[in-house]
Every structure is written in C-alpha cells, then in structure tokens.
Ligand binder design. Structure first.
Ligand code: ATP
Ligand code: MG
Length: 635
C-alpha cells in the first residue's frame, strides 16, 4: 500500500519525485497491487503527443465492473455501496449494498444484451439522478458497451446532437424527473430528440414520476419488467486496457461540445488512486459528491473512483434549495457524511442565504470539503471553510477537466497545507508546465502563463469521438509536444498553482495580462456583491478594457449604485492594481450559466463588445432570459 495513501508532505514529495523519474514503474506498482486483472500488460506506456497517441497498460485484460463490484463481494457484500437520497425528503432514502448493486448491474447488463447491445456499441443515457443511472452506466461497462451520459437537464436539441454524434443504438431514459418542486417530462424531450435520430432502435424507460407518456411501438419499453425477467448472472466482458469505456461531452462553456473518449484501464487506475488520496478516503467513510453523473465529476467521483475503492457514495436526486436552502446540510447530518464535494456556484448560492440554514444542522461528521468546476473565489472559500468545515476540515480545491478524466492539481487533506483560491500541488504523475505566448516553458516560481501538461497520465482522454483532428488541434497544436489545457495559471513562491481562468478570458489591458479570477475575487469581496464576471472588450487606447457584470445581494437604488461602483473600483485597485479597474460596471440580476453552473463568459464578451447578433452555440445555456435582460441594460 506504500504508494497508495500518502500520509504527509514529505512522503508526497518523495512519491512525486518517483512518479516523475520513473512514471512507468510508479503506475505499474499501483496498478499491480490494487486491481484485478485478467491478464497483465505487456508494456506500461507508449505515447507520442505529436500524433497524438497515448496507450497505458497495453494488452492488459480486465473488466472495470469486476474491480468496482465483484471483487468487493467477499469482504464488503453487505456494505452500502450507494446511498440514494431522493428529491423529496419525505421519500425514503435507499441503501444499496454491494451485493444488491451486483445483482442490479448484472440484470441490467442482460437486458442490454437481450436488446442486441454488444461490445463497442454506444448507449445514450439520459436519466435523472436515480439509482438506475448508476446501474445503467455500470451495465454498459459490464458488457463492454460505450456509455454516453447526457445530463438530463439538456434540451431535446442538445440531446439529439449528442446522440447523433456518438451514433448511439439505444437510449435509456425515464418517464420524468423531479427537480425541487418541479416535475419534468423527460420522455417527451426524448421523443422529440429521436425524431432526428433514426438509428436509435431501442429505448428503455425507467418509471419515476408516473406521468403520462407516449410509448412508441417496437421501440420503447419499460425497464422494470425486463429487469424482473433477466438473469442476475452476467459474466463480465473481458476487454482490453485501451478499449473505450465512455464518451462524455464537455460542458460547452467555450463553444461546440467535444465528445471526449475515455478508455478503461488507465481511467480506472487514476480515478481510484486520486479518489483515495484527495478525499483521504478510509473504510467506513460516507462520501458525497453533489455533482450530476451527467458531468465528468459524477463519472469519476460518484461512480468509478469511489466504487473501485469499495466506498459508500451518496447520490442525490434533488437540488440544494428544496424544500429549503438547508437541504445539503440536512443530508450531511442525516447520512453522517464525511467528505463533501461540491461546486463554487452552489457555495456562492448558499452563502447568500440565512446562516440559520447551516446552523440548524450537525455537521460534525465532516472531515474533508472539496470544490470543483470553476475557480473558487476567496470569499466563498472562507464561507465554506468557516461555516461548513468549522475550520477543521481541509478544503480540496480540485482542478481538472473532462479531458483529464481525474483530478490533476489539488491539495491532499492533512498532507498539503491549503491556501485560499489555490489548487496547490500536482498529483503524483502530473507534470504541469507554464508556457509563455512564444511557446517557451517558464521556469521558476512566482510566474504565470498558460497551463500545459508535458507528460501523459493514465486517464487522459484518448481522442475526440469521431474527430481525431479536432483532438489534435485543440489540445496538442498550441504548444508542440505538450497537452494544452486552455487555462491560465500562476505558480507562487512555493510552487503552488492557482488557476486564473481560461486563457480565452485572459485580457491584455495596456500590455498587462490580467486573469479574470483575481479581479472577480476582489469584486466579490465587497459585502454588497453576490457574484460577478469580468470580460474584456476592444478599446482604442488600451487595446482592451474591462467590463464587469455584478450581481448584488440586494439591488439598490441608483445613487447607491454609483457609490458601489467607486467602492468596487477601490477594492480592485487595492487587491489587484489600478490597471485592473473596469471601464464599465453593470449591475445585473443574473449571469448566463451553463447547465453545469459555470459562467459563460463568451456570451458576456459579446455583450461587452456590443456584438450580440450571433451568440454562438447556446444549447448548453441554462437561463437564456438572463441574457436578454443583460443585453437590454448593457452600457
Ligand atoms: P468546454 O470545454 O466545452 O468549454 P468546460 O471546460 O466548462 O466546457 P469541463 O471539462 O467540465 O468543461 O470543465 C473544465 C474547466 O473548468 C477547466 O478547464 C477550468 O477552466 C475549470 N475548472 C475546473 N475545476 C477548477 C478549479 N478547481 N479551479 C479553477 N478552474 C476550474
Ligand atoms: Mg474545457
């Protein structure tokens, strides 16, 4: 177990050095010791970032569900694998044991087979956060089919595009879904989407809300009767290490979503290793990640990473605001959650509410807090630390991407001293580098640049489904021989990394490179401000100028607003520098967000540049009405 659970900073540096000096031995030892293989690899790694091509554990044979389920049965058969917490707290939670998970996944796998699904076929999964979503994902993996989960908040158009792009043969959905006080008829959305997808021959429907839906003869079937009939024995399909496991589309913050393809063995090894170390997972913990399985965070850190470790993982169907803003904390108390992993957007939303929503609950079970998805601003970090962690639970600010499969830069709790807004240090095996605009690597500390990774890690996406050129262009062409993340970062005096935002969002004002995150941080620290987004727009003299969109906690009268502008500018001058003062500050009611909760800065950039005729692909936009309101009041 030596290299698996890192105990202190000294050991981290030791392990890290080894992972860089002898990456192949490093990963081979972990793979050897902690997983079940049907056949060992012939070669640990072959790679070429120019082609680009990466292969880990070549010719090894395995099945990931054997690692996530079967091998635990002997010792953990009656242990809870999944705690499912429903949308409505009056409905009972489910505790699904490893034995039960085994049975469900096997039955589901047999249902897939009976519908003609074979190894390599693509299956689209469009389900709310019900247990069947986890079963469906694992059932695909059981038989070597490739799952493509589409977040069940997406429109029929977005669903159709993804189903077509991945050329799916089957779609798994439910009649409807509950989200807070609302019910959504998912099947109607599916029916509309499938008008454009003639190759989907079979649709399986989970009954959840019981509402009226259409069932198309010869295509649609209820899942439950098929499950009831199916055998609970399904031998795992033994696949190759590099056989595809899933396709997942990026969240679409920057443009047309990319169908990232992840393969089996490397993904399994990396997500399991990072889960254990980043969440300080120990037997008996109850781990909760609030993401949806429709995002990479849910794939890697609700399903595969936790289950590969034999952990208990919570799956929550609902939303943080229903029945009130104390729901997250009620669930932490109810299930005695030990690790709580969420997104800055949720933290900011909850921090705006009355603190009694937190104080009414006993959060003493918590030992690790996590954040992912966007830079976490300093104020939100402190609120999370003070009120949820009570200064006792380290916050892991985890930086990673759909493309990276697993967490890349993050503190390890009780190992890495944390620093607000810093993702801190690379995980073992991850070799980040900062590049300048001329393509040179920037050495040393107290520097900033474009964040690249110069050596492959096991869970790097292998291609963009059906478009290897796009994979090459997007990630490997900007800096030769390096994986380019698209994000900017700075490295402080001790070598800690801070993600400063996407490089598309780095704004050059009068020759100075300004990241959006530190400026937003300064704005958000004003007590009247709830959230903000800063973008650049062309300026005759400075090249670019800054435009800030600011949401106030309470919208004030206009005279007060002028004062607020002054105060915000003052705060930016002090915290970042006078150069970073925005030319325009617009107070808004909301910000355009992706369905995963991220601010869509490219839309704000268009508004700031007064160029709103074509807003690009807005299919992943959550709140189009906000965009119209901002345009109407733009300065
Ligand atoms: P698209 O690639 O389609 O624009 P996306 O980048 O939003 O979508 P994801 O792969 O879900 O899709 O998000 C990864 C990005 O999220 C990172 O590149 C980074 O910009 C941001 N991010 C994630 N975690 C953090 C973090 N801890 N700190 C700062 N930024 C983060
Ligand atoms: Mg991205």
């Amino acid at each position: 177990m030596s290299n698996y659970h890192i105990k202190n900073l000294e050991e981290y540096f030791q392990v890290y050095r080894k992972s860089v000096r002898e990456p192949e031995n490093f990963w081979a030892e972990i793979a050897e010791e902690h997983f079940t293989w049907r056949k060992k690899w012939d070669n640990v790694l072959s790679w070429d970032f120019k082609k680009p091509e990466v292969k880990w554990f070549e010719n090894a044979k395995l099945n990931i569900t054997e690692n996530c389920i079967d091998r635990h049965l002997l010792t953990r058969g009656e242990k809870t694998a999944i705690i499912w917490e429903p949308n409505d707290s009056s409905e009972a939670a489910q505790h699904i044991t490893y034995n039960q998970l085994h049975e469900k996944v096997n039955k589901f796998a047999n249902v897939l087979k009976s519908k003609g699904i074979e190894k390599g076929d693509r299956v689209c999964i469009y389900l709310p956060m019900v247990p069947e979503l986890a079963y469906a994902v694992l059932a695909c993996a059981r038989i070597g089919a490739i799952h493509s989960v589409v977040f069940a908040g997406f429109s029929s158009k977005a669903l159709a595009t993804r189903t077509l792009d991945a050329d799916c043969k089957m779609l798994i959905t439910s009649d409807g879904s509950y989200r807070g006080s609302k019910t959504l008829n998912l099947k109607n959305i599916v029916d509309e989407a499938l008008e454009d997808c003639p190759d989907v021959k079979s649709v399986l429907v989970v009954k959840r809300t019981g509402e009226e839906i259409n069932m198309k003869d010869g295509r649609d079937e209820w899942l439950q009767p098929l499950m009831d009939k199916a055998s609970s024995e399904c031998a795992p399909e033994i696949v190759d290490a590099e056989d595809p496991l899933f396709i997942l589309y990026t969240s679409g913050s920057t443009g047309r979503p990319k169908g990232m393809l992840h393969t089996t063995a490397g993904y399994m090894v990396y997500t399991a290793f990072t889960f254990k170390n980043i969440f300080n997972y120990t037997e008996g913990d109850v781990y909760w990640c609030t993401a949806d399985i429709g995002w990479i965070t849910g794939h890697s850190y609700i399903v595969y990473g936790p289950l590969a470790n034999g952990a208990t993982t919570v799956m929550f169907e609902g939303v943080p605001s229903y029945p009130d803003h104390g729901r997250f904390w009620e669930i932490v108390e109810k299930h005695k959650v030990t690790q709580f992993y969420t997104a800055p957007t949720a933290i900011r939303a909850l921090a705006k509410r009355n603190i009694e929503f937190v104080e009414n609950h006993d959060l003493s079970s918590l030992k690790v807090l996590g954040s992912v998805g966007e830079p976490i601003n300093e104020e939100a970090w402190h609120w999370f630390n003070d009120n949820i962690g009570k200064n006792q639970s380290p916050i892991v600010d985890t930086w990673w991407q759909t493309e990276t499969g697993g967490i890349m830069i993050s503190p390890m709790p009780y190992v890495t001293p944390t620093k607000p807004t810093y993702a801190t240090l690379p995980m073992p095996g991850i070799q980040p580098s900062l590049m300048d605009d001329d393509g040179n690597e920037i050495k040393g500390n107290q520097v900033s640049g474009r964040l690249c990774v110069k050596f492959p890690w096991p869970s790097i996406a292998r291609t963009v489904w059906g478009d290897h050129e796009r994979y090459k262009d997007t990630y490997f062409s900007t800096f030769e021989g390096k994986y380019f993340t698209g994000d900017g970062a700075l490295r402080d005096e001790v070598g800690y990394y801070r993600i400063t935002g996407r490089t598309d969002d780095v704004i050059i004002v009068s020759g100075h490179n300004l990241g959006t995150a530190p400026i937003e941080d300064a704005i958000n620290e004003h007590p009247a401000v709830a959230e903000s987004a800063v973008v650049g727009f062309p300026h005759d003299v400075k090249g670019n100028a800054l435009y800030a969109f600011v949401i106030l906690k309470e919208s004030g009268e206009s005279r007060k607003r002028d004062n607020l502008r002054k105060e915000i500018n003052q705060q930016i001058s002090e915290k970042v520098g006078p150069i970073a003062k925005p030319d325009k500050i617009q107070f808004v009611e909301g910000l355009p967000k992706t369905r995963s909760g991220k601010i869509m800065r490219r839309i704000l950039r268009k508004i700031a540049s007064n160029d709103t005729s074509d807003l690009g692909d807005t299919s992943t936009l959550l709140n189009p009405e906000v965009v119209e309101a901002i345009i109407a009041e733009a300065m």
